[in-house]
Design a protein around this ligand. Structure first.
Ligand SMILES: Cc1ncc(COP(=O)(O)O)c(C=O)c1O
Length: 407
């Protein structure tokens, strides 16, 4: 057990601080306070004489609140992160014949949504120790057909948005910033989701502002892109004249129960994020000396840090996962294969040329990443248990003495 160095973050009020034998990877249950808020939200909407269940005043109030919080010009609530990505691509008028540069490592919708609008995803390589889009590799894949680039924030870190925006400006590409996992993250003081021409957050339950169902928002400073997104989410209607469809859109709407719930929880979001940050900062301080021993972890500090998943990268990934399990610590591999190697995208692998170049960084990121428990309900003892187990594997400060990567 570590006797000096960083102190494990303190537990939130009312939370037991005792060590648990097993630290599960995830904590899917809602807090008792959130359960009450959810029940109150259902009752509020169910008993409201207005009886409006979708895209009503609560939804508009949530959009305003998130606009104020992020400083985005406009915020449009919609049905899911996948819906948000599709809406953003459609609003940017991406379609057949266009190429869209996406990271070769990440969530499936990054490429699926591009194919969904009839365009071609062009996979760019990523940094092997963060999974983040490599802007230099992305630039090598620009062609005369390139119309947009979709940088994604991954696990614990934001993409290099200044470099992505620069290259996009040079080649006149739209930037659709996938901040699905990055609510609460900022880079150089600017919130995730507000760097791109369009950005998005997902409210899928495990996300930092996840809720009890499906939902998301699109953010944009561009009035025309925001107007188009708002129309597209509701079958191309303008919100004034029903059944007059200006174009073919989607059903990607947001409902009032979720809006009431998210509005009620918004004041507590910073506290939840702070709790995640304390855990992540503690891990990063404990893991900093392990870089020379083969473990890449997110740097300490808030700039560009996401608080969704705490992922480390090591060539000894599978042995580390086994060691953690043996020490009662759950962990998770998210993307075991780079996107272009998934069967689903086989038809999208386009012949020769810049699109077909290899993805060595994505191959390594897929083989090396491992996510550790990071959620607001971790007790200090559990947080320490996770860090001790990781350090122990690399022969540093482990509770059971040296038990290194070769084990
Ligand atoms: C980077 C990224 N983009 C998009 C999505 C899709 O979001 P949703 O699950 O809300 O559809 C996810 C989901 O995990 C994601 O991680």
């Amino acid at each position: 057990m570590t006797t000096n160095g960083p102190t494990a973050p303190t537990a939130p009020a009312g939370m037991a601080a005792a060590a648990s034998a097993h630290v599960p990877y995830a904590h899917p249950a809602m807090s008792p306070a959130d359960r009450e808020l959810l029940l109150t939200s259902v009752r509020q909407v169910a008993t409201d004489p207005e009886q409006k269940f979708i895209l009503g005043r609560r939804c508009a109030a949530l959009e305003r609140a998130l606009r104020d919080r992020t400083g985005a010009g406009d915020v449009i609530a919609c049905g899911s992160g996948t819906g948000a990505l599709s809406l953003a691509l459609r609003a940017a008028r991406i379609g057949p014949g266009d190429e869209v540069i996406v990271p070769a490592f990440g969530a499936e919708p990054l490429a699926a949504c591009v194919l969904g609008v009839g365009a071609t995803p062009v996979f760019a390589d990523v940094h092997p120790d963060s999974g983040l889009l490599d802007p230099a590799d992305a630039e090598r894949r620009v062609t005369a057909r390139s119309r947009a680039i979709v940088p994604a924030h991954v696990f614990s870190s934001m993409a290099d948005m200044p470099a992505v925006c620069e290259l996009a400006a040079r080649h006149r590409l739209e930037v659709v910033e996938d901040a699905a996992v990055a609510q609460g993250a900022t880079l150089r003081g600017r919130p995730a989701g507000t760097w791109g021409d369009l950005g998005l957050y997902s409210f899928y339950p495990v996300k930092p502002f996840g809720m009890a169902g499906e939902g998301a928002i699109v953010l944009s400073d561009d009035t025309e892109l925001a107007r188009a997104t708002r129309m597209l989410r509701n079958h191309g209607q303008d919100g004034v004249n029903r059944f007059l469809h200006h174009e073919i859109g989607l059903n990607s709407r947001f409902d009032e129960i979720h809006a009431a719930f998210q509005l009620a929880r918004l004041p507590a979001l910073d506290e939840l994020l702070a709790r995640r940050r304390a855990v992540a900062d503690y891990y990063s301080e404990r893991f900093a000396p392990l870089r020379d021993r083969g473990l890449a972890a997110p740097e300490p500090g808030a700039d560009g840090r996401c608080l969704y998943v705490y992922a480390v990268y090591t060539p000894h990934r599978d042995a580390l996962a086994r060691h953690l399990a043996a020490h009662g610590v759950g962990s998770r591999v998210y993307h075991p294969s780079p996107l272009p190697r998934l069967a689903a995208f086989a038809p999208a692998r386009t012949g020769d040329g810049p699109a077909a170049a290899p993805w060595p960084g994505a191959d390594r990121a897929a083989a090396r990443h491992l996510a550790l428990p990071l959620h607001p309900h971790l007790s200090p003892a559990q947080t320490r248990q996770v860090a001790d187990a990781v350090c122990g594997f690399f022969g540093l400060d482990g509770p059971d003495g040296p038990d290194g990567p070769d084990s």
